[in-house]
Design a protein around this ligand. Sequence first.
Ligand code: THU
Length: 139
Amino acid sequence: MTETEARKLLELAEGARAFSYSPYSGFCVGAAILTESGKIFTGCNVENASFGATICAERTAALKAVSEGERRFTALAVVGGRKDAPCDERCAPCGMCRQFLSEFVNPKECMVILGTSEGSVDIRPFAEYLPFGFTNLEE
Ligand code: THU
């Protein structure tokens, strides 16, 4: 994963963030997933009046990918911040998303890319986000 590729994925995540439905938190998140076959799926967070029914941007993108036959993710980019404000802090995937995504990644190979509006890019393997994660598939 080159920095140019990472920035392209972040740009797509930023585009998806524009569709965030977040009237309760006012926090808008966008994600983009690159799959092993080279396809890219984007997603935003979609909130609900029953707060627990909210779906994060990462899981939206993952569900789009899996429901279209893609089960191996090689990279994930995330951007998030308050509505109409710059994303000046990195937005790391929440615990539920880490567990959800772990089903579809090789933790040492899948790269997680976090970006901010100032142009900082943080790239590290998924394994750093979910060490000793629970899996139940025989590999
Ligand atoms: N959110 C995401 O979409 N992804 C994350 O990794 C962190 C949190 C959303 C959920 C909720 O709509 C809002 O951000 C505030 O928590």
